[in-house]
Design a protein around this ligand. Structure first.
Ligand code: TH1
Length: 816
């Protein structure tokens, strides 16, 4: 930009910021105050996006194009301000504008709270896909719930996780545009009533319901410097008027207000369970609430486009189900088409199946959603009836296709019978969709050949794979400016929207000059993280140590425990002073445990207890430090990942559907120590096996071992170092104040069969950790591997993933 033009942009920004501080916030612009100028800047940036957003929405209508509805109960967008500024290409101008007021842009951006509308990978994936849809100009929307309370705020008190309420909207977010006049009724309870239509045909209507209103709240999602702005529509529950009137008419004022408050509870709080459902009535109501509101929006737009018949619905609309959480939408669309629009069942079913596609994100048996028929029938009586009918038609077809195979019929039935009648939501989603995909090659194979094997027999053409991806905007360009600049200085900036271009870095991997610059950047990032740890925890760490990082939800299958066993082993070796020395290492953990998941919470306590003992022991000094960073969230990940040397991706093979953290680390030049699980398999193929630290049993070996009988005790008795580590945990070496505290952890490994095979993989893990250390001591060799990891990560862009969905599943093309 020419100096003069830039000057005008900066002056306009400054005027707008001050105008918003005075006129929007009603605050005195002098002297400039950080909180006010932060908001002033937010509104200034928002103005510039709104115009593009209106243009984009208008262009969808003009094009009368097919649109994607990405339905997800979770989104984790991270902070917006910097993302918006960079998408608009205004970073330098904004920096200068606020500098003129004596403020620092990065300081201001830190004022923003994280919208925690998700638990982990599933919600973050949805946000990466929104970013890519906007950047690739795929016409679509995200739909979900605007929770008042996001994922809980985690603090660590005496080593234990403590949950606090995350009231993120307490101070109204400038990014949430509430459409107070835009509401749809959503019904619950009541009963299904049969009647005869004019032609004497038996039909059903849903009557005597309670009604809650869904208010639309919109959040803008901009593409990267392309003028395209996509919409994320989140619903907020508002009590309906009739609901109040009924009570008021009875003269029950307090009752009226109470009923109002209760009906608004639907969008009050996100369930904090990752990979394990809760089965509570309120959760089911949340699911139906956002699905029903979204379908009213879908139908409104469909009608506005002057449809000729409902048969064109699948040419106008494609609905992607982010796991089974919105799968009740299949019954809802059938209800709309059959009950409200009077279509015959077969025609409605054909439309329905062509509209939906389902992504499965987990194979953990305990995480597959089922709803007791009694509960579903009480909350959504007509939907249960429809589900029974769907099942009836489906099973009839199966019997025709496979006569005499009642075993098959039982296994694929949408209704399960043992332990009381229940609805299997994954079965409903498979039967009601035209495409079913897993989220990494291995995972898609497991769902096709094992988890849903019987479905694949009946409908093999439905099953497919779309390997997850991450947006390079947030996960490199935004979170790692120093590395981005270095990369762009040699290959230009095109990689930001075409990640395959990173391949052009590969020839630099052996260039000593480039290696030095790469090391310099990484060292700077590590210093920044060390400073953050000092500020947050008062703990000093040395940036020249190996930064070994394990950050994700705390879950037994992700095996934070295996990592702890390595830490204790290393600690014992350092104290023993025998054998070769170890390079200094700092081991980072971060992550939340579901509040009701006792074992996971105990693992957090164990990590903190081990950290306390290790960090205070003068015998190990600065050679080993352990850090648990509280309240892991998107913003914290953005700080940690650019500073990591080693990325821990060590789940039991076959259990992590994909993982996406694994991609973020490798993209930023960390090396992975990992099992052949989820997307690790494909990452290793992409970066080269010599640039990846592989260990552990394969998925097939885990299965065989489990089938043939696995005895963790035998391993325990045979490995001196392992035995010592476990005995220390068991006897209170890390909890002298309560020696039996960690007994349940040791019991799970030695007495209850070690379901996640920590002991089976221990020895190999320790060995490979040794190889990591040797590799780290060779700085040039390590740097080479680091550069090659970044260079080969092109295929893990969410742009690639979204374009695969668009052409193979959604059948939509980018807007011109
Ligand atoms: C995660 C998977 O565990 C992870 O492997 C995957 O990369 C990610 O989804 C995105 O595909 C899941 N999160 C949840 C959350 C809930 C239920 C199931 C899953 S699977 C609430």
């Amino acid at each position: 930009m020419t100096g003069q033009k830039q000057n005008r942009t900066v002056e306009a920004l400054k005027d707008d910021i001050q105008r918003h501080v005075a006129l929007t916030l009603g605050s005195d612009p002098f002297p400039p105050r950080k909180e006010h100028y932060y908001l002033g800047l937010c509104y200034t940036v928002r103005d510039r996006l709104v115009e593009k957003w209106l243009d984009t929405q208008r262009s969808y209508y003009d094009a009368i194009t097919k649109r994607v509805y990405y339905m997800s109960l979770e989104f984790l967008p991270g902070q917006f301000l910097m993302n918006y500024i960079q998408a608009l290409g205004l970073e330098e101008d904004c920096r200068e504008a606020v500098r003129d007021f004596g403020l620092d842009l990065d300081d201001l951006a830190e004022e923003e709270w994280n919208p925690g509308l998700g638990n982990g990978g599933l919600g973050r994936l949805a946000s990466c896909y929104m970013d890519s849809m906007a950047t690739c100009r795929i016409p679509g929307y995200g739909y979900g719930i605007l929770y008042d309370y996001g994922i809980f705020y985690q603090t660590i008190v005496n080593g234990f996780q403590q949950e606090g309420a995350d009231n993120w909207l307490r101070q109204d977010s400038p990014w949430v545009l509430r459409r107070g006049h835009f509401m749809y009724p959503v019904h619950f309870f009541g009963r299904s009533e049969s009647y005869r239509d004019g032609a004497g045909q038996e039909r059903f209507r849903w009557v005597d319901t309670e009604t809650v209103m869904a208010m639309a709240c919109d959040i803008m999602v901009p593409g990267h410097r392309n003028g395209n702005v996509t919409n994320m529509r989140l619903w907020k529950a508002i009590s309906s008027r009739d609901f109040e009137l009924e009570h008021f008419n009875r003269g029950d004022y307090i009752g009226a207000v109470q009923a109002k408050v209760e009906s608004e509870n639907i969008s009050k709080v996100l369930y904090p369970n990752d990979n394990s459902p809760v089965g509570r009535e309120l959760r089911l109501r949340q699911q139906y609430f956002f699905v029903a509101a979204t379908f009213q929006d879908i139908m409104r737009r469909f009608r506005k486009n002057n449809y000729s018949s409902f048969d064109c619905l699948p040419e106008q609309v494609t609905v992607q189900l982010n796991d089974t959480h919105p799968a009740i939408g299949i019954a809802e669309l059938m209800r709309i088409l059959v009950d409200e629009e009077s279509l015959v069942w077969e025609r409605a079913w054909d439309i329905c199946r062509r509209t939906f596609a389902y992504t499965n994100h987990t194979v953990l048996p305990e995480a597959l959603e089922v709803w007791p028929a009694e509960l579903l029938g009480r909350v959504l009586p007509r939907h249960l009836q429809i589900i029974f009918e769907i099942n009836h038609h489906f099973l009839e077809g199966v019997r025709r296709q496979f006569p005499g195979r009642e075993d098959l019929v039982r296994s694929v039935s949408i209704i399960g019978e043992d332990g009381g009648k229940h609805v299997r939501m994954a079965h409903l989603a498979i039967v009601g969709s035209h495409a079913v995909n897993g989220v990494a090659a291995l995972h898609s194979r497991i769902i096709r050949d094992k988890l849903f094997r019987d479905f694949a027999l009946i409908m093999p053409e439905k099953f497919t794979n779309v390997t997850n991806g991450i947006t390079p905007r947030r996960w490199l360009y935004q979170c790692n400016p120093a590395l981005s600049e270095l990369i762009s200085s040699v290959i230009g900036e095109k990689w930001v929207t075409d990640l395959s271009r990173l391949e052009e870095l590969a020839p630099y991997a052996d260039d000593p000059q480039f290696q030095l610059r790469w090391q310099e950047v990484r060292r700077r990032n590590k210093k920044l993280l060390a400073r953050y740890v000092l500020r947050k925890l008062g703990l000093g760490i040395n940036p020249s140590t190996l930064f070994d990082v394990h950050i994700k939800r705390i879950h037994e299958y992700k095996r934070q425990l295996l990592n702890v066993l390595h830490v204790i082993t290393l600690y014992n070796r350092l104290r023993g002073q025998n054998g070769q020395p170890h390079p200094p290492r700092t081991v980072f953990f971060a992550g939340k445990a579901a509040p009701g998941y006792q074992q996971a919470k105990l693992i957090i306590k164990l990590i903190n207890s081990v950290a306390q003992v290790v960090n205070a022991d003068p015998a190990v000094g600065s050679v080993l430090k352990v850090v648990f960073l509280p309240n892991y969230c998107v913003s914290q990940a953005e700080r940690i990942i650019p500073a990591a040397d080693l990325s821990q991706q060590i789940s039991t093979a076959g259990m992590e559907a994909s993982g996406t953290g694994n991609m973020k680390f490798a993209l930023n030049g960390a090396l992975t120590i990992g099992t052949l699980d989820g997307a690790n398999v494909e990452i290793r193929e992409a970066v080269g096996e010599e640039n990846f630290f592989l260990f552990g049993r394969t998925e097939g070996e885990v299965e065989t071992l489990r089938r043939e009988g696995y005895d963790p005790r035998e391993i325990y008795e045979q490995s001196l170092e392992l035995k010592k580590a476990l005995d220390m945990i068991a006897t209170g070496a890390f909890s002298p104040e309560a020696p039996g505290l960690f007994r349940p952890i040791v019991d799970s490994l030695l007495s209850h069969g070690d379901y996640y095979m920590m002991l089976a993989d221990y020895e190999d893990y320790i060995k490979v950790q040794r190889r990591v250390e040797d590799a780290y001591l060779d700085a040039a060799g390590w740097t080479r591997m680091s550069i090659l990891n970044t260079a080969h990560m092109g295929m893990f862009s969410s742009d690639r993933a979204v374009m695969e969905y668009a052409s193979n599943i959604w059948k939509v093309a980018p807007l011109p």
